[in-house]
Design a protein around this ligand. Structure first.
Ligand code: 5GP
Length: 178
């Protein structure tokens, strides 16, 4: 595998297609065990998680539902800071076993602000699956329940993740050359 260019930046191979596929399978196997008989509702957060969610869901063999939402943040009043709203969340979460699918958890800010809105609907349980997690970058207290890969605090693209709109269609995951 070779270094690639996305916009003005160079990226080097980091996680291969086969290692990602293996990890996604093992995450799915864990979820199949933990959620047997619970008919979980997976909520995939767009855009970045679309490939991860599709691959993972193909290996979910128990009864399960999936929906896709987009988070939009806008500046609220001074006291509330940024407000995050979910676009497309039309499922009733009451008493459901909810599993959030994220491509990457970085500082934890997005989920930290968004999760209270989900808890408000009183799900039976709420867990987070992240393909990638940057523990060193974590600032907000979000507990990632299922992590694919813990990675260093470096920018990555591919497998659904973009750099300014490009790179989502790269099958492997590449890391910024600094
Ligand atoms: P957080 O709110 O956890 O800081 O950030 C989460 C979001 O930031 C992710 O859903 C993703 O959109 C973006 N992000 C964080 N780190 C990276 C990265 O290394 N590469 C890409 N492409 N996006 C990232």
């Amino acid at each position: 595998m070779q270094t690639i260019r996305v916009h003005d930046k160079l990226f080097e191979p980091y996680l291969s297609e086969s290692s990602i596929a293996e990890k996604v399978k093992s995450l799915a196997e864990k979820l199949n065990k933990d959620y047997e008989g619970k008919k979980p509702l997976f909520i995939a957060i767009l855009n970045g998680s679309f490939i991860f969610a599709a691959d993972l869901f193909k290996s979910i063999s128990i009864e399960a539902e999936i929906c896709f939402i987009k988070l939009a943040s806008y500046k609220g009043t001074k006291s509330s800071g940024q407000v995050i709203t979910a676009i497309g969340l039309d499922m009733d979460l009451f008493n459901r076993h909810v599993v959030i699918l994220e491509d990457i958890v970085d500082t934890g800010k997005t989920l930290n602000e968004f999760l209270p809105q989900l808890y408000h609907q009183q799900p039976a349980s709420l867990k987070i699956v992240a393909l990638l997690h940057k523990p060193e970058a974590m600032v907000f207290p979000v507990n990632v329940d299922y992590t694919g890969f813990s990675i260093p605090n470096k920018f990555v693209v591919g497998y659904g993740l973009d750099y300014n709109g490009l790179g989502r269609n790269i099958a492997a995951i590449y890391q910024l050359v600094e």
